[in-house]
Design a protein around this ligand. Structure first.
Ligand code: URA
Length: 272
């Protein structure tokens, strides 16, 4: 018998949907698979609208709270260095995740303040919440191994699109990401990296304001622009290490993304 309680079941369902969304499946045709080749049928019409909504994060407010966003912008602009920025984030009360999800604290960043690459992930998980640093759980350990193999250890500054753990590790909503975005942009302005590596679909979509699946976006170069268009940086989406832990066969895709990134970093004059 299914002993799962309703809230836990909801979290499981959202986690499964997030898994499929990470894999680039952003719509469903029907509940049961049909062998259309055997049946000699043509493909069914695409019904995106009927099923796209459940693949998004659990609904939050439809758009960012403008008061909180203005506060975030003001606090971020005032921060003159990364220590001040970390303190500003820790004191910020405008993101509901601070109260709904995180058990302990804000998780800002790790890595050298002058790193040439900034990695932006989705959101802290339980291990990150406990330790106060991004990407320190199993997914983070895999990321670190890949970075070491690519010669990128100590050349990356790592942060996330939101700074508090979402409840049940769900995907952060666009509104939660939007209210944290001024802090992310300020971190980019302070670190002045040469390029961004956007880890996972939720980070890529939020940073690039695109609605493509990560399997379509990974390994391609996009241009990230700050809201005031004052800063522009090349940005590459890649697969999330949590996805790679579930789908080890996809590791070669992520590895080839890292190789392209290192090539551009070390040989910027070559065409990409
Ligand atoms: N996944 C993320 O996207 N970020 C973290 O910090 C940890 C896991």
């Amino acid at each position: 018998m299914d002993q799962t309680t309703p809230p836990a079941r909801e979290i499981l369902v959202h986690s499964l949907l997030a898994f499929w969304a990470d894999a680039g499946v952003d719509c469903l045709y029907q509940d049961e698979a049909t062998d259309r080749i055997a049946a000699g049928l043509s493909p069914p019409p695409r019904r995106v609208e009927a099923v796209a909504a459940p693949l998004r994060a659990i609904p939050g407010p439809p758009s960012a709270d403008f008061g909180a966003l203005a506060t975030a912008k003001a606090l971020a602009e005032q921060a003159q260095d990364l220590t001040a920025l970390a303190a500003a984030i820790a004191g910020f009360e405008g993101c509901s995740l601070r109260f709904d999800g995180a058990a302990t604290r804000a998780v800002f960043a790790r890595g050298p303040a002058n790193a040439p690459v900034m990695i932006i992930g989705e959101a802290p998980g339980a291990d990150e919440d406990a330790r106060g640093e991004p990407f320190v759980g199993r997914a983070g350990q895999l990321l670190d191994r890949m970075l070491a193999a690519a010669g990128l250890t100590d050349r990356v500054f790592i942060t996330n699109t939101v700074f508090w753990r979402p409840p049940g590790n769900r995907t952060p909503t666009p509104a939660e990401q939007a209210v944290c975005a001024p802090f992310v942009a300020r971190a980019i302005a302070l670190v002045q990296p040469k390029m961004l590596l956007l880890v996972g679909g939720a980070a890529a979509k939020a940073m690039l304001q695109r609605d493509e699946g990560i399997l379509a976006m990974h390994g391609r170069w996009f241009e990230w622009r700050s809201e005031d268009k004052g800063m522009e940086l090349p940005a590459m989406p890649t697969l999330h290490p949590a996805f790679l832990l579930r789908q080890p066969a996809a590791k070669k895709k992520a590895w080839s993304d890292l190789v392209s990134l290192v090539q551009r970093l070390d040989r910027p004059d070559r065409p990409h």
